[in-house]
Design a protein around this ligand. Sequence first.
Ligand code: TRP
Length: 341
Amino acid sequence: MAAQQPKVSLTGIKPTGEPHLGNYIGAIRPSLELTSTYESIYFIADYHALTSIRDRAELATYTRSVAATWITLGLDPAKTVFYRQSDVPEIFELSWVLSCVTAKGLMNRAHAYKAARDRNAEAGVTDLDAGINMGLFNYPVLMAVDILIMNTDVVPVGLDQSQHVEYAADIAGTFNHLYGGSFALKIPTGIFPSGASAKTLPGTDGRKMSKSYRNTIPLFAPEKQLRKSIRGIVSDSTPVESPKNPDTSAAFALYENFASPEAVKDMRVRLEQGGTGWGDLKNALFESVNDWLSPLRERYADLVAPGSELDAILATGAEQARDRAQPVLTGVRRAIGIATG
Ligand code: TRP
């Protein structure tokens, strides 16, 4: 019997900001863990970022820093196909084809589009579509293509992306229904965080760590800046001597993710007993995060520099991705009657 083909796991990373600790815990670490069980395809969704980023330097910088971050944190390009979405023109060709089989109503119901309209309504703007570009409206189709063109089985993403994965499955189903025969698009399913990665990581203000809240702790900032942002984490004013509840503390929630289980247990006891201040906790948190990142900073700096080996890694990844995309696109072109034979 032929050995079973490993299933394909694919995810896209939108380069809209400098990578931070929340990205690591919520997306990078769980996705890298899957690379041992799945054939993995991870890419930088730079054309998705274009729906919101208008500054060319910003788009270029974030694309490079996100790619360098994933490699520095353990993505092995020999084992994972890693590329920029914009380097795979097949994606954009299929995007048109699949928009032609996608109901506009499905897009009307997409969460991100609805949220943008709701914001207009709340602001009292009468044209609810004001400021909304077609890229934002079509975003779910492009994302479906990212997934379907690689014959993806599973898509590891945050819960906020579950509708997008359902849409991809839905669009593939419609295509197969309309054109099914010897060729069919594979129907993907989402894989959502569980265990430690399911808990949202708090930022410096205690809310979910997110670029839009400006409460992130950056991954590859210089040591001084890392210390400053960890020192800036909110804490209550319980005096050092008093007993404290670690479970109300953002710094403790972060510590749980970056220190050893023994160190976390020990810190919990010390905080609950009193005599240990929030400042002590923050120092310990800084040490753990910094011990982990220190040896990686140089590697990151090399990779992110213009002309580094990152270019060759992404070029190889683009070739591999195109090799995978082409047969799917050819199947689609034949199925719809654009290509014959
Ligand atoms: N929409 C995803 C996000 O905002 C990024 C993304 C683009 C993606 N294409 C994808 C994720 C394909 C998974 C699969 O995070």
